[in-house]
Design a protein around this ligand. Sequence first.
Ligand code: HEM
Ligand SMILES: *[C@@H]1O[C@H](CO)[C@@H](O)[C@H](O)[C@H]1NC(C)=O
Ligand SMILES: *[C@@H]1O[C@H](CO)[C@@H](O)[C@H](O)[C@H]1NC(C)=O
Ligand SMILES: CC(=O)N[C@H]1CO[C@H](CO)[C@@H](O)[C@@H]1O
Length: 326
Amino acid sequence: MRNIGIKCLLICVMFSSLYSVKSDLELGFYEKSCPDAEKIIYDYVKKHIPNVPSLAAALLRMHFHDCFVRGCDASVLLSSTSNNKAEKSASPNQSLRGFDFLDRVKSLVEAECPGVVSCADIIALVARDSVVAIGGPYWNVPTGRRDGLISKSSEASRELPAPTSNFSALQASFASKGLNLLDLVILSGAHTIGVSHCQSFSNRLYNFTGKGDEDPSLDGVYAMNLKEKKCRTPKDMTTIVEMDPGSFRTFDLGYYKHLLQRRGLFQSDAALMSNAATKSAIIQLLHNPLEVFFKEFALSMEKMGSIEVKTGSTGEIRKHCAVINS
Ligand code: HEM
Ligand SMILES: *[C@@H]1O[C@H](CO)[C@@H](O)[C@H](O)[C@H]1NC(C)=O
Ligand SMILES: *[C@@H]1O[C@H](CO)[C@@H](O)[C@H](O)[C@H]1NC(C)=O
Ligand SMILES: CC(=O)N[C@H]1CO[C@H](CO)[C@@H](O)[C@@H]1O
């Protein structure tokens, strides 16, 4: 049974019901059709991520944004066309990075086995290998995802939770993807790495209720620091801020420590402290060794990676990740 503490309280009962990962994916799906695919991907990531460690966060976020819109089907990678605005052009995607990196991985894999390995699997494998390359948790990535044919900006805006989301909105968003409250707490822990633009949270600093006020749930000293040193104006569109200040390149418990100090950057981060069950889960994580977080992260990522996947003969194996095959 999955629980996150030595002391398994009420929350274990609440959380343990829906944890097993069931999907049509399988570990080593390409073992016969492209035996070296996973190694080619791993080697490329291992070689290049150390030179651009900040990309690990971007690639992990890419996997999340892919899976939450039409399932993990690489719809996030499709370009807009003259008559379709793709997910990429939705406002939550403004700050996605790593498209070129994924294209380079795809061309290496295509050179080895043309038309065999999907872009969706490449996103999932690259996200995992990138996190491992910066010393983060390893998780299983069963493969066999196929690429989708459709990508709509409007769906990305609707399906992706916003940084302004409250607890019930987050709970509903995750539940609609088959993810429970423990998954919400654990996967939000991805914010232990990476950066955000001021615009994703500046309402909390400058105009929380439309009266030029601050969000009272944000630590006042931290808010003042952000205003003085980072997001100096309400309209700052360019400055980036570490989401786990002090260790934003290290996959650790820093994010949860900041939450306890009311220093989560987004309302969606702070919201996790507003519910008794998720708050208790956070406290338990902090009372346990880092490996417990890593183990839980692995389980939740495997679940996230199997959201509404296309397998068998649905979808296609794209030749280029940015366009559907014609
Ligand atoms: C719970 C709901 C979530 C919300 C509302 C949310 C929102 C955001 C926002 C607004 C940013 C900053 C974008 C910017 O201004 O540049 C961000 C960054 C990030 N998010 Fe989330 N996120 C959520 C869950 C997740 C999940 C589930 C993952 C992965 C498992 C994830 C991984 C990341 C990473 C790694 C970054 C840093 C990206 C970078 O450095 O380029 N987030 N998120
Ligand atoms: C949470 O947000 C939703 C959607 O934005 C809103 O309808 C709801 O009233 C909010 N709930 C609370 C408790 O503030
Ligand atoms: C704060 O929000 C209110 C209501 O949306 C708006 O009228 C006002 O101009 C905003 N103030 C600032 C400083 O952006
Ligand atoms: C990576 C990417 O395509 N980003 C786009 C996100 O959406 C904005 C518009 O909302 C575009 O300007 C960006 O180019």
